[in-house]
Design a protein around this ligand. Sequence first.
Ligand code: G
Ligand code: MN
Length: 244
Amino acid sequence: MTNALANAIAAGEMDVWYQPQIASTTLRIAGFEALARWNHPERGCIGPDEFLDQSEESIEDLAAFVLARACSDAALWPDLMVGVNVAPYQFTHGAFPDEIAAIASASGLPLDRLELEILENAALENPDAARAVMVRLREMGVRIAIDDFGQGHSHEFLLLDLPVSKIKLARSIVIDPTAGDWIAEFVGMAHALDMEITAEGVETQAQAKAMQAAGCDYMQGFFFARPAPGRDVVRAIVGGGAKT
Ligand code: G
Ligand code: MN
């Protein structure tokens, strides 16, 4: 087996798309999440859910590609955040913060506009190793978000005392009509610890209203916008005037 993802990157088939994150109170764009997209010659445009499992050996190439592209794209934007998903193993590498510093500096992106998203279970599996890397990243100004949060609907995560800036509630909770009270209570506790909350996977106006009412700081999902190529992000920011 050759390195499928590395080949796709070399062939120019790999791209990074962006989905806006909306501030709940103003309904303005606060930032974008970067999402890998593979323009596969046979399978069409596919996301990590569809291609990651088969090509695990080359995920390092993909991770470096997405980080570099997201940082250089975001360096052109005004003062907006860019969220980048990072693989769990990266958070246990002591050298990871230095790699982040090098990539951001090469792109010209200020480190305080970068937010790294790490999966909840990855943070839970090895909290001590993750904490050490997070502390260094936070000292550099990088923000940390916990992704896909909500397995088990528990408050205990907050007791781990990780230097987390934001928690992204998984879509399974956001679409659960019975979860409103739990979310409101969780938001209150997170705010007391200086953490912000994003509701992910918002698809309807009713869900958006419920997440606003529960106190979520940001919302992301198809109701507001689907992921789109980087040039569309620039158009959205400049008001749609630029045509190529
Ligand atoms: O694991 P992570 O949260 O990074 O995954 C983001 C994925 O969720 C993206 O591939 C994106 O296309 C998808 N997504 C974003 N918004 C929505 C939504 O409103 N509904 C659904 N079903 N998926 C979404
Ligand atoms: Mn994510």
